[in-house]
Design a protein around this ligand. Sequence first.
Ligand SMILES: NC(=O)c1ccc[n+]([C@@H]2O[C@H](COP(=O)([O-])OP(=O)(O)OC[C@H]3O[C@@H](n4cnc5c(N)ncnc54)[C@H](O)[C@@H]3O)[C@@H](O)[C@H]2O)c1
Length: 250
Amino acid sequence: MPSRTAFVTGAARGIGAATAARLAEDGCAVAVVDLDPAAAMEAAGKINAAGGTAIGIGCDVSDETQVADAVARTLADLGSLDVLVNNAGVLRDNLLFKMSVDDWDTVMSVHLRGAFLCSRAAQKHMVDNRSGAIVNTSSVSALGNRGQANYAAAKAGIQGLTRTLAMELGPFGIRVNAVAPGFIATEMTAATAERMGVSAADLQAKTAEITPLRRVGTPADIANVVAFLASDDAGFVTGQTLYVDGGRRL
Ligand SMILES: NC(=O)c1ccc[n+]([C@@H]2O[C@H](COP(=O)([O-])OP(=O)(O)OC[C@H]3O[C@@H](n4cnc5c(N)ncnc54)[C@H](O)[C@@H]3O)[C@@H](O)[C@H]2O)c1
C-alpha cells in the first residue's frame, strides 16, 4: 500500500502528468486532477498500468465546489492527502493594450484562485495530521515577461502565497514551497510557438541557445524537483521558490 497520497492539479499532461508519475514511483497514491476528466482518467490509467496507484478526477481548480468535491473524493478513495501540487495553468498572453478583462481574470482564476482553493481545502486534512507538503508552480515569468502581464502577476503572486502559507502552516508540520520552471517542452510552450508563428522545435532551439545549460527543460526536470520538495529529504525546507531553468536567469 502506498504510504502517502498526492493530489496533483493539471496532471493530465505536461509537467503535471510527469509529476504525478514520478510521485507514484516514489510510493505515493496519486489523485490525477484536471479540467479534462477523460485525460485525467487516461493519465491515471497509465500510472496504474505501470504498477502505481492513481485515480483520475475531473475538476476546475478555480471552482470552490469542484475543489471541495475532488478533495473529498481523494480522501474517500485513497484515504489521505499528504502532498498537494498546485500545477494547473493556462496562458492568455497579450500586450497590455490588447489584454482583455477575460484574459486577465482567467489566468488569475486558474493560477492564483486555484492554488488558494486547493491549498485551503487540503490543509484541513494536513493540519489534522500535523504533516503535509504543498508545492506550488511559479515561473521565471514571475520576474516579468513581455506579453504576460497577467501570467507574470499570477506567478509572482504564487511566490507570495508560498511564503505566507509556509508561515501559517509551518507550526502544523506542513511545508510549502514553489518551483519556478524556465522553458519546458510541453503543449503550453508549443502553443506559444504557434502564436509566435514559429515551430515548437525552432523556439526550443532558440531558447536553448540563450540558456547556459544549452537545452530546454523536460517535464521530468520539474517533476524531479517537485518530488524532492514533497519528500522528507526536504524536511527543513519551507517558504522557498526554487528556479529550475537551466541557468536562464543568470
Ligand atoms: N511549460 C513551461 O515552460 C512552463 C514554465 C513555467 C511554468 N509553467 C507552469 O507549469 C504548469 C504546467 O505547465 P505545462 O507546460 O505542463 O502546461 P500544459 O498546458 O501542458 O498542461 C496544463 C494542464 O492544466 C490543466 N488545466 C488548465 N486549466 C485548469 C483548471 N482550471 N483546472 C484544472 N486543470 C486545468 C490543463 O487541462 C492541462 O492538462 C503551469 O502552472 C504553468 O504555468 C510551465
